[in-house]
Design a binder for this molecule. Structure first.
Ligand SMILES: [Zn+2]
Length: 209
């Protein structure tokens, strides 16, 4: 069984590695956003309930997210396991998750703040087609212009250095107790997230066993 949770700060490359590992292991890659959108689109009773919160601009309560997740984990493609990306985000969600399913491993992506700030500060996005670029690792062909439509790229306010420092502070405050929790349960596998996609993927692969 591969019942996996990925934990990592914004900018650590967690989403890319999650998609890759899930494909390799043949298990579903589940992020909360996708999970909720799928339940809403399928018009399941829980999806409709979640939709009411989302339409009101409110956060979907953890209990409801967990019930939707429980439904999803009961589907045939999740029999060999699953990869949760970006959930749980805090200790209370982790404890609730424990009542829904057992886990085999929690992989945490470790990267120095300085490197995270650099990566996030290098992010640029096309306001027309939403394509995301990175000035150092994935630059556009023509400086400052989207490859697909030539629109001038912009930096999201969220990716400015001051905002990034704050996002990382919030993340650290929420996640430290979560890391402790999984460490105490013997599930935590820290992975050095610095390096090429392939190098990090190999470390992740050996961390999940
Ligand atoms: Zn574009």
């Amino acid at each position: 069984m591969h019942r996996i949770v990925f934990l990592g700060p914004p900018g650590a490359g967690k989403g890319t590695q999650a998609a890759r590992l899930a494909r390799e292991l043949g298990i579903p890659h589940l992020s909360t956003g996708d999970l909720l959108r799928a339940a809403v689109a399928a018009r399941t009773p829980l999806g409709l309930e979640a939709d009411r919160f989302m339409r009101a601009g409110e956060l979907v309560p953890d209990e409801l997210v967990l019930r939707i997740l429980g439904d999803r984990l009961g589907q045939p493609d999740a029999r060999a396991g699953f990869l949760l990306d970006g959930f749980p985000r805090n200790l209370s969600q982790a404890e609730t998750l424990d009542r829904t399913t057992k886990l085999d491993v929690a992989v945490s992506f470790d990267l120095p703040d300085r490197e995270l700030v650099r990566r996030l500060s290098d992010r640029r996005v096309c306001p027309t087609c939403q394509t995301v670029y990175n000035l150092s690792s994935n630059p556009p062909k023509v400086a400052g212009r989207c490859d697909r439509d030539g629109t001038e790229l912009v930096q999201r306010p969220d990716d400015r250095p001051e905002a990034v420092a704050n996002r990382l502070k919030v993340y650290a405050a929420q996640t430290a107790p979560l890391l402790d929790y999984y460490r105490r349960h013997g599930l935590l596998r820290p992975v050095d997230a610095d390096g090429t996609l392939d190098a990090v993927a190999a470390r992740v692969r050996s961390a999940v066993g």
